[in-house]
Design a protein around this ligand. Structure first.
Ligand SMILES: [Zn+2]
Length: 484
C-alpha cells in the first residue's frame, strides 16, 4: 500500500515537472532558438575570421616565393613546401591522415636526368653535326651509325627491318607535352622492334620540346613508366635535315636517382558516430615546374598554378579547425606531388588510399583561383559540372557569402580530366576541380607571380568554398553521380 502511494506521488510530481517544462519551452522557445542560431552564427564567424586576406596573402607569397624555386617534384624545395603544409595542418589542429597516422603519404620514385654532355653526333668522317638537345635517353649507352632512314611517325611499317638511325619530323607547334609523350613512346616501341637504335626528331628550334630537353639535363624529371622510351631521341633543326645522309651517334645513358615524393594529408575526424566513417576531401596540387631550363635563376613560381589552390586548402583547414561546430563527416585535407608530371601524386593516393575511396563522398579539388576572368570576382567554375550534383549543392550554400559556383561554358568540360580530381573520378568518386581563374598568358610561364593575383577575390572564393561545403561536412547532403 505504502509503495503504491509513493508511486502515485512520483507520477504527480513528474506530470507537474513535464507540464512546467513544456510551458517554459513554449514561453522561451523563440529565444532559445534565437540563441542557438546566434551560437551557430558565431561559430561560423569564428571560422570565417580564419579566412582573412592578410593570412591568405601570406600563405600565397611563401609558396610562390623564389626561395621555394617553383616546387618542382624531385627538388629539395618541394620537400620544404611539403614540410610547410604539414606544419600548417598541425597548427590548425589536424591529425595526420597519411602513412601510419603521419602527415605524409610517401612514395619512393625514380628521377632521371638526361645526359648534358658526352653526346657524339657526327658524319662518318668524324665531322661534328649540330643538334638541339637530347629529348630521351635509355638506361644504357646507345651507339649507332649508318644511313639515315626518313619515316613518318604515324606510318611506321608493321614488319621488315629498318635502319639503325631513323629521322622523323614533328610538326610545329608540337602537340601538348602529354600527347607528344604518348606519340613518341608508341613510335619508339615500334621502331625498336624493327631494329632501330635511335631516333632523330626534326623540330622547329623554337619549339617547347627543345626547352624541355634542355631543362631535363639540369632538372631531374619524374620517371613515368608509362612513357619510358625504348630508344634515345635526339632533337635536330628541321632546316638541316637535308644534310643528314649518313651519321654516327652516341648517347650516354640517363642518370637515375631515387626520391621520396610526399603527398601531405591532414584530418579532422567527424563527430557523428555514423557519418564520421565518410570523408569529404579538400585537395590541391603543391608541385609546379621548378626552375627554367637554360637559366636556373629564372623560376616558374606557379603562384596561380597552384600556390593559390594550396592556400585555399590551408585556409579551409584553419577555418574548420577553429570552428566550434565540429563537422559530422570526417574532413581530409590533401596537397599532392607530381600533378604537372601527369597527376602522379593523386594517382598514387587513389592506388594506395589511407581512407577507403568508397567512403569518400566528395573530392573538392582546388586549382587556380587567383586571377578571375573580367567581371568574375566571387565566381567559381567547376569542371565536369554535369557529372554530379556537387556544384548545385555547393552553389546553393555558397550564396550565404555571395559567391556563385557555376558551369563554365568552355573550361568545365574541357578540363575535367586535367587535374587531380580525375584520379578520384576515374575510380568512381564524385570529384571535381573548382577554379576561380582564367587560362591567362602567364599560365605555365615563369611570370606566374603572386603580384598578379587578386588576394581579396581569393579570400572571398575560399569563404565561398567553406560555406559551399557545409551541407557536405554537416552530413545534410550527399552528392550523387549523374546517371550514365
Ligand atoms: Zn595546376
Amino acid at each position: 500500500m505504502k509503495k503504491r502511494q509513493s508511486q502515485v506521488e512520483c507520477a504527480v510530481w513528474l506530470t507537474r515537472y513535464l507540464l512546467l517544462s513544456a510551458a517554459a519551452c513554449y514561453t522561451f522557445w523563440p529565444s532559445i532558438a534565437a540563441a542557438w542560431q546566434q551560437a551557430i552564427g558565431e561559430a561560423h564567424a569564428a571560422a570565417l575570421a580564419r579566412i582573412e586576406e592578410p593570412s591568405v596573402a601570406a600563405s600565397l607569397k611563401f609558396l610562390a616565393s623564389d626561395e621555394l624555386a617553383g616546387r618542382g617534384t624531385g627538388t629539395p624545395e618541394y620537400a620544404i613546401a611539403a614540410a610547410y603544409v604539414a606544419s600548417r595542418f598541425q597548427a590548425a589542429g589536424l591529425e595526420g591522415g597519411g602513412d601510419q597516422g603521419t602527415f605524409y603519404h610517401t612514395k619512393e620514385i625514380q628521377l632521371s636526368l638526361m645526359p648534358g654532355r658526352g653526346i657524339e653526333f657526327a658524319s662518318p668522317q668524324g665531322q661534328t653535326l649540330p643538334f638541339l638537345g637530347v629529348l630521351a635517353a635509355t638506361d644504357q649507352e646507345v651507339a649507332a651509325a649508318g644511313a639515315v632512314q626518313k619515316l613518318n611517325l604515324r606510318e611506321i611499317p608493321e614488319d621488315g627491318e629498318i635502319a639503325a638511325v631513323v629521322l622523323a619530323e614533328l610538326r610545329s607547334p608540337s602537340p601538348p607535352a602529354r600527347a607528344v609523350q604518348a606519340i613518341l613512346a608508341n613510335a619508339a616501341a615500334k621502331l625498336s622492334a624493327r631494329g632501330a637504335r635511335a631516333l632523330l626528331l626534326a623540330v622547329d628550334p623554337n619549339d617547347d620540346l627543345v626547352k624541355n630537353s634542355l631543362r631535363s639535363t639540369i632538372q631531374p624529371r619524374v620517371v613515368d613508366p608509362r612513357t619510358n622510351l625504348a630508344i634515345p631521341i635526339v632533337l635536330i633543326d628541321q632546316n638541316l635535315t637535308n644534310q643528314l645522309e649518313q651519321v654516327q651517334l652516341k648517347v650516354p645513358p640517363r642518370i637515375l636517382q631515387s626520391y621520396r615524393a610526399k603527398n601531405v594529408i591532414g584530418m579532422i575526424r567527424g563527430s557523428d558516430p555514423v557519418l564520421a566513417a565518410e570523408a569529404v576531401v579538400f585537395s590541391a596540387h603543391l608541385d609546379h615546374l621548378g626552375r627554367a631550363p637554360n637559366d636556373p635563376e629564372q623560376i616558374y613560381n606557379g603562384a596561380d598554378d597552384n600556390a593559390s589552390g594550396v592556400t585555399a586548402v590551408l585556409s579551409l583547414a584553419d577555418a574548420f579547425g577553429a570552428s566550434a561546430i565540429r563537422p559530422q563527416r570526417t574532413l581530409l585535407f590533401m596537397a599532392f606531388w607530381g600533378e604537372e608530371s601527369g597527376l602522379l601524386g593523386s594517382r598514387d593516393f587513389a592506388a594506395r588510399p589511407t581512407w577507403p575511396l568508397e567512403k569518400i563522398v566528395a573530392n573538392i579539388n582546388i586549382e587556380m583561383i587567383g586571377r578571375p576572368e573580367p567581371g568574375a570576382t566571387k565566381k567559381i567554375w567547376v569542371t565536369g559540372w554535369e557529372k554530379s550534383d556537387l556544384g548545385t549543392i555547393m552553389n546553393e550554400a555558397s550564396q550565404e557569402v555571395g559567391v556563385t559556383i557555376f558551369e563554365h561554358p568552355r573550361y568545365s568540360s574541357m578540363l575535367y580530366r586535367s587535374s587531380d580530381n580525375w584520379s578520384f573520378a576515374e575510380k568512381g568518386v564524385v570529384a571535381h576541380s573548382f577554379s576561380a581563374g582564367s587560362l591567362h598568358g602567364d599560365y605555365h610561364q615563369p611570370t606566374d607571380d603572386w603580384e598578379k593575383l587578386d588576394t581579396q577575390h581569393m579570400t572571398e572564393v575560399i569563404r565561398g568554398l567553406y560555406f559551399g561545403s557545409l551541407p557536405l561536412t554537416s552530413g545534410q547532403a550527399k552528392p550523387k553521380p549523374a546517371a550514365k
